[in-house]
Design a protein around this ligand. Structure first.
Ligand code: REY
Length: 414
């Protein structure tokens, strides 16, 4: 469990004031939990993407057990597409960047965008109790919308128990349809992990509550709100929310879940309802559409500047990562900070991040999961995209191991 630096309403106000007063150079270092390393001006001078290094990373992920791995970099109009291995193990069809796939928790950033648009519309207040909008839902009136969106509510992650045994856990839910209330009830069987606001503790329950808020405040399903507010305006024609249907529409990558037992064959996990995640993780998309989404987000096309600032009030995850409101910040080995989200859903690992100015983006996918080596390797796609070819000094620094608890807390991947 990683405790986070906590920004109160008052402290945030002070931060905002200091942002207004600070010179440009200091403007990105004033957030609550850890500093952005690079200003917008410096971000414009990113080293060229390292395609050869990126290909080596994708091949490493395959050597570690992924049937396929791919990445797309959108660099200010120049596109780099790399793909290795197969989309479909049965037919041997090669993986391609036009294949759709399940993005897992990258969906949390979409849910956060809808909520922040509702703040812009005056329908939602970040520092108001969730129970004001959803009376009696949560056991503590002190849990605010901001706590939920930054994983500081303390709400237990019901997926810890659900997926304690990976393949049996998956098979027990793959065709199930849950209501949001049922998922919250699973969480509330356990006490809060921490007092509201006191610590960062990643939990899918938070973004199930986010889905409930979206439906309550708009009177529509999350699917309608994603479509009207994000998919259509950004022309994301390969992005879908099909819950509770089990198939991925059109041409897509198959997902292959790694069993806990060493040497056991991969399990085809492509088809499932993803009802256990819904607004926390059930969106389907492509590398192109996710690059467009995060680039548009950071360019300010999806919400007011004020809400984009709120989204980037960072709680400390660890020495190189922060969590905002449904948004991750990762500080890379070359000193560049990038913004986006990771996703894990059975058979699919996604990394999707963009630069501060949204001008360079990468989305990378490996079509396996429950394989910590592949997860750690795929994080290196970000270095290839934003840091260029490694210098000798940088090459000597070992890549940090991904913290499994930040994907599904308390579940060791291997
Ligand atoms: C759930 C476990 C992962 C997946 C999760 N995903 O919480 C959310 C996210 C939506 O953050 C599964 N792992 C795997 C296990 C471990 O079952 N026993 O790796 O596919 O993206």
């Amino acid at each position: 469990m990683v405790s986070g630096t906590v920004g109160t309403g008052t402290a945030l106000g002070a931060v905002l004031l200091s942002l207004l007063a600070a010179p440009a150079q200091a403007a990105t270092t004033a957030a609550t939990g850890g500093a952005d390393r690079v200003t917008t001006a410096a971000a414009a001078k990113l080293a060229a993407p390292d395609d050869a290094g990126l290909r080596e990373v994708l091949r490493s992920a395959m050597a570690q057990g992924a049937p396929g791995a791919m990445a797309r970099i959108d660099d200010n109009g120049t596109v780099h597409r790399l793909a290795e291995g197969v989309a479909d193990r049965a037919t041997g069809r090669a993986l391609s960047n036009s294949d759709r796939f399940r993005v897992g928790s990258v969906s949390k950033s979409f849910s956060a965008v809808v909520l922040l648009q509702l703040v812009d519309e005056g329908k939602l207040n970040l520092d108001t109790s969730v129970n004001t909008y959803l009376p009696g839902l949560l056991p503590d009136d002190r849990i605010t919308v901001r706590h939920v969106m930054s994983h500081r509510s303390g709400l237990y992650d019901y997926t810890d128990e659900m997926f304690a045994k990976t393949v049996p856990g998956f098979e027990s839910v793959r065709n199930k349809v849950f209501t949001y209330q049922e998922l919250v009830n699973l969480s509330l069987k356990k006490p809060l992990n921490n007092a509201p606001g006191a610590a960062y503790s990643y939990s899918n329950t938070n973004f199930v509550v986010a889905g409930m808020l979206i439906e309550k405040l708009t009177g529509h399903s999350v699917r309608t709100e994603y479509q009207n507010r994000i998919f259509k305006p950004l022309n994301l024609t390969d992005t879908f929310y099909v819950h509770p249907k089990t198939a991925i529409p059109g041409r897509h990558a198959g997902g292959y879940l790694t069993p806990d037992e060493a040497g056991a064959p991969l399990v085809d996990s492509t088809e499932q309802t993803v009802s256990w995640a819904q607004s926390a993780g059930a969106i389907i998309s492509t590398t192109h559409d996710l690059d467009t989404f995060f680039s548009s987000l950071m360019r300010g096309k999806l919400m007011s500047a004020a809400q984009l600032t709120q989204m980037q009030q960072w709680v400390t995850v660890n020495s190189t990562q922060g969590y905002g409101l449904g948004l991750r910040r990762r500080d890379l080995s070359c000193g560049v900070s990038v913004y986006g989200h990771t996703g894990t859903v059975q058979g699919f690992y996604t990394y999707s991040f963009t630069s501060k100015d949204g001008k360079r983006s990468i989305t990378a996918l490996a079509n396996t999961s429950n394989n910590g080596n592949v997860l750690t390797t795929m994080a290196r796609t970000l270095d290839s995209a934003f840091c260029g070819k490694p210098t000798k000094a940088a090459a000597r620094v070992a890549a940090p191991v991904e913290r499994h608890e930040d994907i599904a807390p308390d579940i060791a991947l291997n």
